[in-house]
Design a protein. Structure first.
Length: 308
């Protein structure tokens, strides 16, 4: 019998922020993931990297400021670094938990590149804030390099584009590992954004929405379910208002209607709903569950179920 293939997208709450927090969070998340594997699911894990890639970018920028003879580190390289060290914690925590359960199964992290369109409108309207607070002189220097900056509390900060994912370069590697019945960590932080230039892949100064990348990966590997973990139990209408209404279930038409009405917060629940719509498409089989990590468990019956 063919195993049920799912993609679990981990949000900030499933990873923590600092190095010690991440270590503890990875161990808790590993227990939840291992429970699915024990139940004979085939699991692919994606994850966010907001605090981590911000920390790396800030550290590398500060290093370059102190030692100007060194070349600045591009965003794509910072993204690759974050994939490596988050994947390192996740794969070791999951491996350990599986062994505790008597399950002998390899866990692999794939350094994943995601192709974006160079003409995506997002490159002309960047929205993602990254890096440390800069003074006016530093901000002007960034603009002279062709980068975008925005006024922020205490000074200025750099902003980058958030283009849509078009394709995943290493998807065949992910498929091969799944066919070998391994657990895979891929598309960390939305993947490393790259531009296709003939046979060359060029890193893009951008950040891809992790949920949209998770949906693209889930679609390309033909998963039957996308599980998106976030900080709330369910998606809600009128979130934060006195008449807030948690949603147990949504069909695609309802999801599109509420999305168009601006019911879901940009950069928060909005990309999760869009990811569900993108993944499910016209399929009567695929579904998405938006929920939160409950301690060391993921309860698929206690969240927002989205289907055709």
């Amino acid at each position: 019998m063919k195993k049920k293939r799912i993609v679990i997208a981990l949000g900030h709450h499933a990873l923590g922020t600092t190095l010690p927090e991440q270590k503890i969070a990875a161990e808790k998340t590993a227990k939840a993931v291992a429970a699915f594997i024990k139940d004979d699911y085939q699991v692919v894990i994606t994850h966010g990297n907001g605090p981590q890639v911000g920390m790396i970018h800030m550290a590398m920028a500060e290093f370059c400021r102190i030692y100007p003879e060194y070349t600045a580190t591009p965003m794509s390289v910072c993204s690759a670094m974050s994939q490596g060290y988050i994947g390192y914690d996740l794969q070791n925590a999951i491996r350990q938990e599986l062994l505790n359960l008597g399950i002998y199964k390899p866990v692999s992290t794939v350094l994943t590149q995601v192709v974006v369109d160079p003409y995506d409108d997002a490159f002309y309207h960047p929205t993602k804030i990254i890096g440390r607070v800069m003074n006016a002189e530093e901000a002007e220097a960034e603009e002279q390099k062709g980068n975008y900056v925005i006024e922020a509390e205490g000074g200025y900060r750099r902003i980058v584009a958030a283009p849509k994912p078009i394709d995943i370069v290493e998807v065949e590697s992910v498929r091969a590992l799944l066919d070998a019945d391994q657990v895979v960590v891929a598309c960390g932080g939305g993947g490393i954004p790259v531009l296709q230039q003939a046979n060359k892949l060029k890193g893009a100064s951008a950040v891809i929405e992790k949920d949209l990348a998770a949906a693209k990966l889930a679609s390309l590997i033909d998963a039957y379910m996308l599980v998106i973990l976030t900080g709330v139990q369910k998606a809600c209408l009128n979130y934060g208002a006195p008449d807030e209404k948690p949603l147990d279930e949504l069909n695609i038409m309802q999801a599109q209607k509420y999305l168009a009405a601006g019911q879901f917060e940009a950069g928060s629940m909005e990309p999760k709903i869009q990811a569900a719509i993108d993944f499910i498409g016209n399929s009567a089989i695929r579904s998405t569950v938006i929920t939160k990590l409950d301690g060391e468990k993921i309860d698929l019956t206690n969240g927002t179920l989205i289907h055709k």
